[in-house]
Design a binder for this molecule. Structure first.
Ligand SMILES: Cc1cc2nc3c(=O)[nH]c(=O)nc-3n(C[C@H](O)[C@H](O)[C@H](O)COP(=O)(O)O)c2cc1C
Length: 265
């Protein structure tokens, strides 16, 4: 549909939407804003209008929140501290993540910007069916490792090693680390998935949980049509696999880092 509608009654002809529209699809006619289809529905016109005169009928307009001075403030010191103190979690408490928390965590992914405002990330959350998926995945490892042997001998050896350990003791799980939940993101543009993942992680931390991005899981699942089919990625590339749960470890300080490779010009 790709439509923006403007209430002629509410529009005061201030032109703020016209100025802010990245597509140049709005103009003033007889002191009223007028829209010419079509655009990427970024919603800037909705957000900037001082009178709430603009809507996008295909979105849920009831979910639009009003700006309240002072309520949106991200303290820079606190934010940087949060970035420094987040850690990859490889040791989880044996408790599930509450559904309402998962919903809020995913909301941070949903509101993350996407190229061309595509909003086409698919988020797949596994908690109830995680045990079934883990079993399928581990059982596929020997044959996937065989397939990887020629092109990725290092990974083939590593995954076989992990498999042998898991076979001996299923608690020795170097892929899922006994996390209670997994979150997968499929997206045509890898940056869309990556940006959503970063906001999801920050929100998870704000909710008292933590994540581990798993390049290993992404590699394994991406090499397996059966696992992709089970997850329901619908041929959209898998761009992020993350484990999610409550950390069973407390870090007492930040981890040191190399100096950043910054080129000031
Ligand atoms: C894209 C990506 C993939 C990763 N894949 C794995 C993985 O497969 N297994 C693992 O144990 N850690 C994985 N990590 C975690 C990194 O090793 C970790 O971020 C790094 O050692 C720094 O530790 P920190 O995240 O606690 O700061 C991954 C991290 C990123 C960003």
């Amino acid at each position: 549909m790709n439509m923006v509608t403007i209430s002629r009654e509410k529009c005061i002809g201030c032109g703020l939407c016209v100025k802010d529209c990245p597509a140049g699809k709005l103009k003033l006619e007889d002191k009223k804003a007028v829209y010419t289809p079509s655009c990427i529905l970024c919603g800037h016109c909705v957000a900037v209008c001082p009178k709430g005169a603009v809507s996008i009928p295909e979105y849920d307009m009831a979910s639009v929140e009003e700006y309240e001075p002072g309520r949106f403030s991200l303290d820079p010191e606190q934010f940087l501290r949060a970035v420094k103190f987040r850690r990859s979690v490889r040791n989880y408490k044996d408790i599930p993540v509450e559904h309402e928390k998962l919903e809020r965590i995913l909301e941070a992914g949903r509101y993350t910007p996407t190229a061309k405002n595509r909003q086409a990330c698919r988020f797949i959350v596994l908690q109830k069916e995680l045990t079934e998926f883990k079993k399928l995945l581990w059982e596929e490892i020997p044959q996937l490792a065989e397939k990887m042997k020629a092109e990725m001998p290092h990974y083939a050896m590593l995954f076989k090693f992990m498999y042998r350990n898991w076979k001996k003791d299923p608690a020795d799980d170097a892929l899922f680390f006994n996390a209670p939940a997994c979150l997968f993101i499929a997206s045509e543009d890898p940056l869309d998935g990556g940006l959503a993942a970063a906001n999801i992680e920050n929100m998870a931390v704000a909710e008292g949980a933590g994540v581990l991005y798993s390049g290993y899981l992404k590699r394994i699942i991406s090499a397996s049509p059966a696992l992709l089919e089970w997850l329901g990625t619908d041929n959209i590339p898998l761009t992020c696999c993350m484990l999610l749960g409550y950390p069973a470890v407390t870090y007492k300080r930040t981890a040191p880092r190399k100096p950043a490779d910054i080129h000031w010009r």
